[in-house]
Ligand binder design. Structure first.
Ligand code: PEP
Ligand code: MN
Length: 336
């Protein structure tokens, strides 16, 4: 249920409404818009909406039948803009994240990050805990990998994102990363989502391999219901009958999500296509479709990468692409 307050309602009136619904067993989630405040009442209790409509300062009470509430544009009409050390995702901003699939060595991350920083990238990616299909494949360096990422990122004044796989890893991640990434394979790890709802750092939530847009939004709802409002959605390709690319990039998910939700959506063209030469065209398509950001795999030596070399760009290719994308962004009246 959404309670829309009258424009310029006083804080006192807002607090009275919040107490009223809390006393009746609901959680209150407040969204302060440009001219009016919306209170999301989330709970399973039954309440007569007329009792709320009669409260001072209340303009309208809307029952929401859709399964997602806090992620919905009905709850928050304005785009959510998430700021990570000055890099913005959402609204008219496009955030760029780039870096290797996995952290392999200090020198590898340093060499890649140096070139990326020169190209203007300010958020570095890199997996330290890798969810690999085969248990015999490189599993990542673990905490050592996170330390390397942070050290290199600090050196070049960048922020860091890396994938967290388990609830008990969260305190460790909070020490090293600025955005906690939930991988496609964990999109419906509900215990992990609930735990990430309690932290105060942005979460990059990747769409599951076979997840619908609605399931992606419901997973975001888990995080937001815990109190964390900073969720960046990520379209990273879905599994279809087509095998010529690693996955099939669902470009239409961008405008579909943006209509339903205020949350930013970024695109990962690397995992979506699995092929280096497809990364540039799909990045451009994503920006043209309105993406709020991109996450692109870049390796200083893709041929020798321990993971996903075939889909990784070398820094020079990335740099050319990033310049092209800035021109596309201008056409879209957005900026990186
Ligand atoms: C990744 O970004 O490193 C990754 C494993 O991606 P995904 O979870 O989308 O497969
Ligand atoms: Mn990868």
């Amino acid at each position: 249920m959404l309670i829309v307050m009258q424009p310029q309602s006083s804080e006192e009136k807002i607090q009275k409404v919040i107490s009223f619904i809390k006393e009746r067993g609901f959680e209150a989630h407040v969204s302060n818009g440009a001219d009016h405040t919306v209170i999301g009442a989330v709970g399973r209790k039954v309440i007569d909406k007329r009792d709320i409509e009669l409260l001072d300062g209340v303009s309208e009470v809307i029952r929401i039948s859709s399964p997602y509430k806090l992620v919905s544009r009905v709850f928050k009409p304005e785009d959510t803009i998430i700021d990570v050390k000055g890099v913005k995702f959402g609204g008219n901003y496009i955030g760029m994240i780039a870096g290797p699939c996995s952290v392999e060595t200090y020198d590898q991350v340093d060499a890649t990050a140096k070139k990326l920083a020169e190209a203007g990238v300010r958020v570095l990616r890199g997996g330290a805990f890798k969810p690999r299909t085969s248990p015999y494949a490189f599993q990542g360096l673990g905490e050592e990998g996170l330390k390397i990422l942070k050290e290199v990122a600090d050196k070049y004044n960048m922020a860091v994102t890396s994938e967290v796989m388990e609830v008990n890893q969260i305190p460790m991640f909070l020490k090293y990363v600025d955005i906690l990434q939930v991988g496609a394979r964990n999109m419906q790890n509900f215990n992990l989502l609930k735990a990430l709802g309690e932290i105060k750092k942005p979460v990059l939530l990747k769409r599951g391999l076979s997840a619908t847009v609605e399931e992606l939004l419901m997973s975001a709802e888990y995080i937001m219901a815990g109190g964390n409002r900073e969720v960046i959605l990520c379209e990273r390709g879905i599994r279809t009958f087509e095998h010529i690319t690693r996955n099939t990039l669902d470009v239409s998910a961008i405008p579909v999500v943006q209509k339903i939700s205020h949350l930013p959506i970024v695109v990962d063209p690397s995992h979506a296509t699995g092929l280096r030469d497809k990364v540039a065209p799909m990045s451009k398509a994503s920006v043209a479709a309105g993406a709020n950001g991109l996450i692109i795999e870049v390796h200083n030596s893709p041929e020798t990468a321990l993971c996903d070399g075939a889909q990784s760009l070398c820094p020079e290719e990335f740099s050319v692409l990033f310049n092209d994308l800035k021109a596309f962004a201008t056409i879209m009246k957005k900026s990186f």
